[in-house]
Design a binder for this molecule. Structure first.
Ligand code: FES
Length: 102
């Protein structure tokens, strides 16, 4: 696996979401009960950016049309979102958040 260093391990406020652009990727990072999850930041339905959405539990609501995704898997859980967003394996090491990008 190819791991990239994406942010400090305290970059995501508890229960919140941030966007990070790095290495040609646009990533949304989520903190759910102290666990970091990562998906693509672009909604699969349109131009919504998930980092501007509303995180409730393990679901992110897109700010544009209120479609929802499970941030643990990227699965679309509420219409009009119906295609998954890509999710990425995450590890925390040396005070940093690392993403596996393939
Ligand atoms: Fe995200 Fe439409 S752009 S639900």
């Amino acid at each position: 696996m190819n791991w990239i260093d994406i942010a400090a391990d305290d970059a995501v406020p508890p229960g919140d979401v941030i966007g990070v652009e790095t290495a040609g990727l646009d990533i949304a990072l989520f903190d759910v009960d102290g666990t970091i999850h990562a998906t693509d930041n672009s909604c699969t339905h349109g131009d919504g950016r998930l980092c501007d959405g509303f995180l409730e539990g393990h679901e992110i609501e897109c700010p544009l049309h209120q479609g929802k995704f499970d941030v643990r898997t990227g699965k679309a859980t509420y219409a009009p979102a119906d295609k998954p967003v890509r999710s990425y394996p995450v590890k925390i090491e040396n005070g940093r958040i690392w993403l596996a990008v393939g």
